[in-house]
Design a protein around this ligand. Structure first.
Ligand code: SF4
Length: 66
């Protein structure tokens, strides 16, 4: 079992609320696109990951258990 973060780029507006919650996982690039620094985070990052996903106003992020 692992975690995978999926991004729907068409929904992301680059506001960076996810980065504010979990800067170790997300970084908004200078051009406003989002860089997922670790798309398959370890379980210790689950809480931060869920908080970041919940903070996204456009529901661009999704956490998949794989
Ligand atoms: S919070 Fe959502 S819309 Fe904002 S940068 Fe992150 S994924 Fe994109």
């Amino acid at each position: 079992m692992g975690l995978r973060i999926e991004l729907d780029e068409s929904k992301c507006s680059g506001l960076g609320l996810c980065e504010a919650e979990a800067p170790e996982l997300f970084e908004v690039r200078d051009d406003g696109s989002l860089d997922i620094l670790d798309a398959t985070p370890s379980d210790e990052h689950r809480a931060a990951c869920e908080a970041a996903i919940a903070s996204c106003p456009t529901e661009a992020l999704r956490l998949v258990e794989s």
